[in-house]
Design a protein around this ligand. Structure first.
Ligand code: SAM
Ligand code: NAG
Ligand code: NAG
Length: 435
């Protein structure tokens, strides 16, 4: 599935016309009915005394529904509770429910265990504020670009960090530029993208910012080739640690971290932080996926527990990865089957396991904070069927909290906006590492 979508993108030339679209985010979500059956199916198959158990479980689900209703003070129709039935079932069925993090969530270790200042309460408060903002977005159909989860994450972090300057690499139609602008109405933006967002205006909605310096079109320069010292000076920025850099350009993230270090930038956000075995560029998630990290390191042994669980999950979550997909020649599982991809997979090269370890050691040595944005809400609420919750941190709004989901206004969005979650990550590099 993913192979097909990625290779479709590879076909596009990297010319002016190449919008570098992220086709991993294009799939239409399946409907509720489709969503429910994967949970029910295996249960039905494995429960001989279904006639007794099912009514019992429905009763239980109803009780939960009534309880959450009275708490939220919002009436939910019986249909609303439907997806929760299978989820309740699922929690007892290993590997099948949306049990967040059950396959482990690898992360990059920071030197001193520093963590972000914001809490889950702050995120929830932020969501409440962000929903009405997202509703006014100029680009309603941002296929190939960011969806709701990452839009929220970018907005939240930009607003929290209050940088003196925001740099964006990979603009597409300008949705993320618009998000940055909503977070910081008066702050200068620098946007780098081979194709100027104004080009998209001919075909439909796009966003061009009035207070943004574009290195785009004929003025395009890759982030790694910009003379940042002089550009920052021109923009009156004395302290590069007060700059926020946002990457959504599908380039090798190890390369980007090194380039950012050289320029003295400390605060980085990567939009596409693909999991091991997936994606079109070497990501931080991939780099830090090591045996000594929880959820890290993998075995290509076909009879392992991991193999068994992964195989099952593959049936229910489109982007879940089974062992066959995870492992390449010589049992190489790191990166993507032992390859370090770059530039939308236009380039890739095999790396040895030793190199892979070295890469994570390097990242750890320059890292103060690694923080992955959690998904906004559980799949019974968003109806997403793409990313596998087993490899994701707990969502901001947990499965079952429909009242909260609705109260925040999240039911007003089309399900497709929840389809693009790929572990957006915030990195803070340590001051001693830069320069
Ligand atoms: C997934 S899209 C970005 C989506 C956008 N951030 C949004 O919010 O919708 C990736 C973008 O990166 C651009 N791109 C390709 N190579 C690039 C490079 N070397 N530097 C910056 N952008 C690049 C592509 O042209 C494309 O516009
Ligand atoms: C990525 O590139 C490699 C080498 O060109 C190719 O073999 C592979 O099929 C590509 N993968 C995808 C998903 O496009
Ligand atoms: C544009 O950005 C500068 C900072 O670079 C700020 O001082 C100015 O108020 C902004 N202008 C507008 C119209 O927002």
């Amino acid at each position: 599935m993913q192979e097909a979508t990625l290779s479709a993108r590879r076909g596009a030339p990297s010319s002016e016309e190449d919008d570098g679209r992220d086709e991993s985010k294009t799939k239409k979500p399946s409907r509720l009915a489709v969503n429910v059956s994967p949970y029910l199916g295996p249960f039905v198959a494995s429960a001989p005394c279904l006639a007794i158990t099912l009514p019992l479980l429905i009763l239980l689900a109803l009780a939960v529904a009534i309880l959450s209703r009275s708490r939220s003070g919002i009436l939910v129709s019986p249909l609303d509770t439907l997806p929760r039935v299978p989820l309740l079932l699922g929690s007892s069925l290993e590997g099948l429910a949306s049990d967040f993090g059950s396959l482990g969530v690898p992360l990059c270790r920071s030197k001193h265990g520093k963590i972000v200042e914001w809490t889950s309460k702050d995120l929830l408060k932020g969501l409440e504020e962000f929903v009405p903002i997202y509703e006014t977005r100029p680009i309603k159909n941002n296929m190939y670009g960011m969806g709701f989860d990452h839009s929220f994450g970018l907005w939240f972090m930009a607003r929290w960090l209050k940088p003196d300057l925001m740099i964006e690499s990979g603009a597409f139609k300008g949705h993320s530029t618009w998000i940055l602008r909503q977070a910081m109405p008066k702050t200068r933006i620098i946007s780098l993208s081979p194709r100027h967002p104004e080009k998209y205006l001919r075909k439909g909605p796009a966003y061009v910012d009035a207070n943004c310096t574009y290195f785009a079109g004929k003025d395009f320069v890759d982030f790694g080739s910009v003379d940042w010292a002089s550009v920052l000076k021109k923009h009156g920025i004395m302290d590069p640690s007060r700059v926020l850099v946002f990457f959504d350009d599908h380039q090798n993230e190890l390369k980007r971290v090194k380039q950012a270090l050289k320029a003295g930038f400390h605060n980085l956000i990567f939009e596409d932080n693909y999991d091991t075995g997936t994606g079109d560029h070497y990501s931080l998630r991939q780099i830090c996926d090591q045996f000594y990290i929880s959820g890290g390191g993998h075995s290509c042994f076909k009879d392992s527990d991991e193999a068994r669980i992964r195989m099952k999950r593959k049936k229910f979550w489109e982007k879940a990865v089974d062992i066959e997909e995870l492992c390449g020649q010589g049992e190489a599982w790191w990166g993507v089957r032992g390859y370090m991809r770059d530039d939308f997979n236009h380039s890739n090269k095999p790396i040895s396991y030793e190199e892979h370890i070295q890469n994570s050691r390097f990242i750890e040595s320059v890292l103060d904070i690694y923080w992955e944005l959690p998904p906004v809400a559980g799949p019974s609420l968003t109806h997403q069927t793409r990313y596998d919750p087993a490899r994701a941190p707990n969502p901001i709004i947990e499965d079952g909290k429909f009242g909260l989901f609705r109260r925040l206004g999240l039911t007003r969005f089309e399900a497709s906006v929840f389809n693009g979650y790929t572990q957006m990550v915030f990195l803070q590099l340590s001051a001693s590492a830069t320069r």
